[in-house]
Design a protein around this ligand. Sequence first.
Ligand code: BGC
Length: 856
Amino acid sequence: MKLKNLRVNNIEHPLGFQIMPLSFSWTVEEAGEAKEQQSARIRIYENVETEADMEGKKAVYDSGEVTDADSLDYSVNVELKPRTRYQWSVEVTADTKEQVSAESWFETGKADEAWEGQWIAPEQQTSSAILRKAFVYDGSAKSARLYMCGLGVYECYINGEKAGDEYLAPGYHSYDFHLQAQTYDVSALLKEGENEIEIWLGEGWFKGRLGFDGGFTDIYGDKLYAIAELYAGEECLVKTDTTWEVLESPIRFNNIYDGEVYDARQQKCRIAGAKLLQESPKECGEIFDRYSLPIKAKEIFSIKEVLHTPSGDTVLDFGQNLTGWVEFDCRISAGKGIRLTASEIMQDQEFYHENLRTAKTEFLYLSDGKEAHVRPHFTFYGFRYMKAEVVQEVRNGEDVTLRCEESLSDEEWKTQFQAVHLRSDFDQIGWIETGDQKVNQLFSNALWGQKGNFLDVPTDCPQRDERLGWTGDAQVFSETACFNMYMPAFYRKYMWDMRAEQSILDGAVPNVVPWLKRGMVAEYGACPWADAGVIIPWNVYCHYGSKTLLAEMYPGMKAWVDYQRRQEEAEGGLHLIKGGFHFADWLALDNEQPGPFGATDPLYIASAYYFRCTKIIADAAEILGYEEAPEYKKLAEEIKKAIRAAYFDESGACCSKTQTGAAIAIVFGLIEDTAQEEGDRLHQRVAENNGHLNTGFVGTPLLCPALTKTGHYKIAVDLLLNEDYPSWLYSVNLGATTIWERWNSVLPDGKMNPEGMNSLNHYSYGSIGAWMYGDVAGIREAEPGFRKAVIKPNPDARLKYVDCKMETAAGIYESHWKYEEDGSVTYRFHVPFGAKALICLPDGRTETVAAGDYTY
Ligand code: BGC
């Protein structure tokens, strides 16, 4: 028996994160004969270094033997001190009386302790600045911590070494409501004697250009800011104040969309007369311990091929559309530079990046002649290709231009340059492999959609002049996201931002979060974008089973439903959504009118989502023991009745005669009694559309589940396996390594769709993933967090086999099926310790099983 995944608030070893409310979780693996936890004991100790220390010390919390300790969410009410390391242990006794124990730690940040450091800001407006302070340290402390924040984005160096391994801190959040402090363990960076600390600042999302059509600058502030406290043991050694120096930064230019220019020849000298203001960011919220997971380098890619285009460009192909940047070992002479320009696709064998619209997506490094390992600091790119140039600065009076020089050799590019994938620090928990390589590529493309777009905020796309937290995209993909990766902490932060934005919108949810509050992206309350406010937290609860987190997110969930309720009641109380702007089935192909809107009645979709969200509130309220549960249950029933009367004929057929219309009715449970007939109509509609889908953002995640639910699994697999437009594998056949924004963002001849708005890394249609886990491999949660599951695999000979593994909150599930040579199917399942599963085989056999391995 082994204890794994010891987490506090769904994070392993949280250092300086928002820690309240405090909740612990763990899983038991390699359990052998043991089936379930009989009891557990949780203990918390303050500032102990070793296990032996724990023995002699009094715990600040000791649960004693608890027979109902919830391993998914063991919440503890204990007062914690700021800036303090806590050790914790969990001891599990199984039904076999076997015992196992393990230790871990968490550490608090500043919590509600007042800051001794001051917010400081260079008076002169710049794109980048360096703030420096020298200090003396006697070397006496055992450990050192840095608590800080910098705005827009920052990196901090102590004696030339970077604090922490995260980038683009403090990340992207609703700065106008709250700021986030990071905590770094800098024990190894300090030395006895003279030391220096440098804070490098850049524009980021806070100050730099953000939004399409040119966007907006200085959205949250027009200056760069920093606040810091460096502690050695209990002593605050250094803190920010106006005695810090302002240095010239080698970063001449930076922003998220356009990239960075780094001039290594620029000495980091003190700017004479530069003044620091003691000023806190004016339009911003208070500073809190962080919610955001750090943005880290998660994977490295070597160059797959160096391409030479007919017009003479050199283009590095990394083989995967990814988000991050390119790092290299620079060995060129002073005054020369390397310029990299990002792109997602080649056109006619030439470099192309017009689909990134106004985003320049460049990185220019000007060398001082010294060998250096080089990377950008305050930007990132969504790319597969990089045009790579060696340039030389040419000065003509005031005029400085760049002249292209002779390129490096293929060998030099290949050995000196690599792509680094950046994203928030969460990991994969779901794997599916089938006997069809193209389907496997599709699964990988959806995974990469998530990897590339979950950089602190779930964005629509990571490459063009957008990269915004569009709530609709996030909503439709959230179920797949929760299957693929371990997401609770990531979404906790997104929902924190969302609730803040809702607080000034009477509960409505903006179309993008963080909300830009400017231009077109200032709109809110559109279906099904705003429904992210309810659906995302609900998916998080269903997948990870944390009631503590559900309770935290519940007020925002309820606020959105209440907003709609007030609106519809003011319009007569028909329990239908009767107006407003709705994206609805965005980008569906079923509308004869040109444009991005689908044919399914947007007010039907909006009312259906109103029903779904209200029902979720009723369920969530019941789980949390809130007295309003029956009220919302009743409201949900009334909404359903109203939808039935308004949008279905007497036979129960949906008046929106589209694939999406039927799929919503079936999956949302609008027509339980006539679902089968509607499913048959859906089947026919797909067949009549030449066996192809024509759904958009709303219908796509629901289509295959609706067909499967109504006994039309075969045609659902047909849709999965279609290779011609419109289908998932159409893009795979054209070489996609991520999911595209449109079903035909690239045309069959390899040319970009001339309609515009074509990102090649837009995860929405990757939402097919949830169906692959839930119906093809057949693992669905029957109780939140997969404490109970239904395993109902749906084999299909065309896929030959499926191997699926899921590291759920409750432990590891596996579902395998395989067609043998004689045409029979073998099934293998694994159910984790502490869980129960209802196994349902296609031949009608069912069995409820406890932890263990099962073969049929
Ligand atoms: C984004 C979408 C988004 C949509 C809504 C687009 O520009 O990329 O994915 O949800 O706008 O208008």
